[in-house]
Design a binder for this molecule. Structure first.
Ligand SMILES: C[C@@](CO)(OP(=O)(O)O)[C@H](O)COP(=O)(O)OP(=O)(O)OC[C@H]1O[C@@H](n2ccc(N)nc2=O)[C@H](O)[C@@H]1O
Ligand SMILES: Nc1ncnc2c1ncn2[C@@H]1O[C@H](COP(=O)(O)OP(=O)(O)O)[C@@H](O)[C@H]1O
Length: 322
């Protein structure tokens, strides 16, 4: 990896702050193969970045300091707890970038979370991607997008997509991306559960259900082509017919009330309703504005803590703002 010599600060505001934001994602296709020897599953997934963002602000500092504010700051235990130390993906992103670029890891970092935690929306990955972009500017490390993508892949399977945004096909463990063309804007209503689900627990439940013969073994990955064709061609019904997620059955097994939320969305006229990634967020696809309003009302209360309207517009990945 070749790094330019540090070239001075990037886009820095008056008080020395650099701000970046990155989007949440949903998976409109998620085919999961058997467990690999490295502890990950082979995937074919189609990621869609949606208009729900976390913001990361970095300032000059002495050593690393991290504060987590907003949505993610509340829980102290369980899958929804966001640590404000080196276990946080943002901290790891900072250490990794500093080490690779040969600069001191000096920064005071604030993460403002709007993306719910452990929700299957890749909030932690968004934070890590935004931190890479912001710290690259603060430290003047001038990494190329490709260099940042390589660091992102070391931080987590979803982080390269959080950096890239838009719509993409993910292979390998999800980190190998190729862009997908989407012709139009999609309107989603996200039903956010009050309590998150742990990603490794959901993959583990899938393995358990497969080993017990209660689900097909995953040797044959459902091909993503129908979803990719539907995204290219446009009609809502085509995308709705093609959406699928192998992690939905294990998420439902761990969180049975999610069935009610999926049913409520279907009864309220959702073109499609699917668990996003490892869940427990339910992503309901709206035909139009009126349908989105109906879905929002239907999801409220059905084991769902709150709803968020999110569109794919397309939505770019991690970017400096301000
Ligand atoms: C399921 C997905 C779908 O996009 O996201 P979420 O819905 O949780 O956001 C991803 O595969 C999550 O990606 P990410 O959250 O980055 O996972 P990582 O940190 O790389 O891995 C956490 C753990 O998830 C499991 N894991 C992850 C990816 C993968 N292809 N196979 C796996 O088995 C492994 O147990 C791993 O130790
Ligand atoms: N910046 C971060 N934001 C959220 N969670 C984080 C972060 N850094 C580490 N984590 C850990 O990752 C776990 C799940 O992260 P998150 O990305 O929100 O969910 P998901 O994998 O379902 O998309 C949390 O339980 C938390 O302990």
């Amino acid at each position: 990896m070749s790094w330019s010599a540090p070239g001075g600060p990037g886009r820095i505001a008056g008080d020395g702050a650099v701000v970046a934001r990155a989007p949440a994602k949903i998976n409109v296709h998620l085919a999961v193969g058997p467990l690999r020897s490295d502890g990950f599953h082979e995937l074919r997934t189609v990621y869609l970045a949606v208009s729900l963002f976390d913001t990361v602000t970095v300032r000059p500092g002495d050593g690393l300091a991290l504060e987590v504010a907003g949505e993610g700051a509340a829980a102290t235990t369980g899958p929804d707890a966001v640590p404000a130390d080196r276990r946080n993906l943002v901290w790891r992103a900072a250490e990794l970038l500093a080490e690779r670029a040969g600069v001191a890891a000096d920064a005071s970092i604030t993460v403002d979370k709007s993306i719910p935690v452990a929700a299957g929306l890749a909030g932690g990955s968004a934070d890590a991607a935004a931190a890479l972009v912001a710290l690259d500017a603060l430290w003047g490390t001038r990494a190329t997008r490709g260099e940042l993508a390589a660091l992102a892949a070391q931080l987590g399977s979803d982080v390269p997509f959080s950096l890239q945004g838009g719509v993409a096909l993910g292979s390998g463990r999800g980190e190998q991306l190729s862009p997908v063309l989407a012709r139009r804007r999609w309107d989603w209503v996200l039903g956010i559960a009050g309590e998150g689900l742990s990603t490794p627990a959901v993959y583990g439940e899938l393995d358990r259900l497969r080993a017990a013969g209660r689900l097909p073994g995953g040797e044959e990955l459902t091909p993503p082509e129908p979803v990719i064709a539907a995204l290219r061609s446009g009609p809502v019904a085509a995308l709705a017919a093609a959406v699928s997620n192998d992690l939905q059955p294990p998420a439902l097994s761990l969180r049975p009330p999610l069935r009610r939320a999926l049913r409520a969305a279907a009864e309220a006229g959702a073109a499609a309703a699917v668990v996003s990634g490892s869940g427990p967020t339910v992503a309901a696809l709206a035909e139009d504005e009126e349908s989105a309003v109906r879905l929002t009302a239907a999801l409220a209360g059905e084991g769902v803590f709150r709803t968020v309207r999110a569109v794919h517009g397309p939505v770019p990945g991690a970017r400096l703002v301000g």
